[in-house]
Ligand binder design. Structure first.
Ligand SMILES: [Zn+2]
Length: 138
């Protein structure tokens, strides 16, 4: 039980300290630094528990693996998606206020604001690839 609690806390720390929502395999890789014997199945089990206790929430975009982040008491934040590597980042600003339309045949329970672009790693990689040689200049 104690080991379970420690593992759970370690997973929470990994998720909390990340600057972006993480997939279960990413959480697994980061947590294994502290818990080399941790299994991926155990990670999935803890994720289910953390979801049940509403400590984390899933970010679920079409065509993408579900990623998890810590539930923020200030509500959900907008996300940035890199068009190239498809990583999802948190945008540390408040979400613009959106007034839900009243619909006859649909109950709106929430929404996500997504900004698309390119992350720093992808921009830098593109710059390296396009500059080619050291003497290249703009
Ligand atoms: Zn990227």
């Amino acid at each position: 039980m104690i080991r379970n609690t420690r593992q759970r806390e370690a997973l929470m720390r990994v998720i909390r300290e990340s600057s972006r929502p993480l997939t279960p395999p990413e959480i697994y890789e980061l947590a294994r630094v502290h818990y080399p014997k941790l299994g991926l199945r155990t990670v999935y089990r803890h994720i289910r528990d953390l979801l049940d206790s509403r400590e984390i929430m899933g970010i679920d975009y079409p065509g993408q693996p579900v990623r998890y982040e810590v539930v923020d008491s200030r509500g959900s934040r907008p996300h940035l998606i890199c068009r190239e590597c498809r990583k999802v980042f948190d945008l540390p600003v408040e979400e613009p206020a959106i007034v839900y339309p009243k619909l006859q045949d649909f109950v709106i329970e929430g929404h996500e604001v997504i900004y698309f672009g390119r992350c720093r790693a992808c921009v830098e990689r593109a710059q390296r690839e396009s500059s080619g040689s050291d003497s290249a200049s703009r």
